[in-house]
Design a protein around this ligand. Structure first.
Ligand code: FES
Length: 277
């Protein structure tokens, strides 16, 4: 799993925890918080029973146009705010503060997660230019010297590296496209085929016995240059633009996917042996 995926997963996890916290606080502060449990204060009960009811205060209605001051009787009718009332007010404040904190944290986490998810990859990873290593080493792996082809899978680029000679390019479906690197001077060039089947996107494995790529999902088959041979695939396998840097490394531009139509003239024979399907 890439660092970005771990980061996004962690943020989503934090978001879920914060959401659970908000729910827990809201649930606890709700009207169904359960019965009040405590000891019965007998002294307080006796004081309540012995307390005489206070006479009701009749407040005369204000006269029309008289909005200067409150009547004295109304001032006298005011009751001081008790400690309990103050406690309820404080509790409400704390509830709202907790909800605001959790809600703000959740929205903030969600925003950061979305931003991290959609932030363009500026360096490294699929969708950017990927250094596959020295071209000479890759060439030696792909064409071991016994005449066979051993495609090399490069996971970071989701690509199969296959050989392609300069002499095979004219008249091919790739002629004029920047999909072959290292073929100058009669050397064996390389191509990078996207592993994704152009039919419905399954990963296409290589088949060494037939010297081709054969899709296990619906049976599309391609030769080792990724040229269409049979099956429901609508075109050749897609491939990436390539370049070679100043140190001789093969650079696969996974942000530049090039499509080509079904090959009319094949540049390599297929099948050369039994199929893997
Ligand atoms: S996805 Fe490969 S043939 Fe359908």
């Amino acid at each position: 799993m890439s660092a970005t995926a771990i980061f996004v997963t962690a943020l989503i996890g934090i978001g879920i925890l914060v959401a659970a916290g908000v729910f827990a606080v809201a649930w606890r502060r709700g009207p169904s918080a359960g019965p009040i449990v405590g000891e019965f204060d007998k002294d307080a009960a006796k004081r309540d029973v012995s307390r005489k009811p206070e006479p009701e205060t009749t407040v005369p209605p204000p006269e029309a146009g008289d909005d200067a001051e409150l009547p004295a009787a109304l001032e006298d009718a005011r009751e001081p705010v008790s400690a309990d009332d103050l406690g309820v007010t404080r509790r409400m404040f704390l509830n709202r503060a907790a909800l605001g904190l959790f809600g703000g944290g959740f929205l903030g986490t969600l925003s950061i997660s979305m931003l991290a998810f959609f932030w363009p990859k500026l360096k490294g990873g699929f969708g950017s230019k990927i250094n596959a290593g020295p071209l000479a080493d890759l060439r030696a792996q792909v064409v071991p010297g016994d005449g066979s082809i051993q495609p090399v899978f490069f996971p970071e680029a989701q690509a199969w590296l296959v050989p392609m000679g300069a002499a095979e390019l004219p008249g091919s479906s790739f002629e004029g496209l920047p999909v072959v690197a290292g073929a100058e001077g009669g050397e064996q060039g390389l191509m990078a085929l996207w592993q994704k089947c152009v039919h419905l996107g399954c990963r296409v494995p290589e088949c060494l016995s037939s010297q081709g790529f054969e899709c296990p999902c619906h049976g599309s088959k391609y030769n080792f240059h990724g040229e269409y041979d049979s099956g429901p695939a609508p075109r050749n396998m897609d491939r990436f633009a390539l370049e070679i840097d100043s140190q001789g490394n093969l650079i696969i531009d996974t942000g530049a996917v090039l499509e080509t139509p079904r090959a009319v003239v094949k540049t390599i024979a297929y099948p050369q042996g039994p199929s893997c399907l």
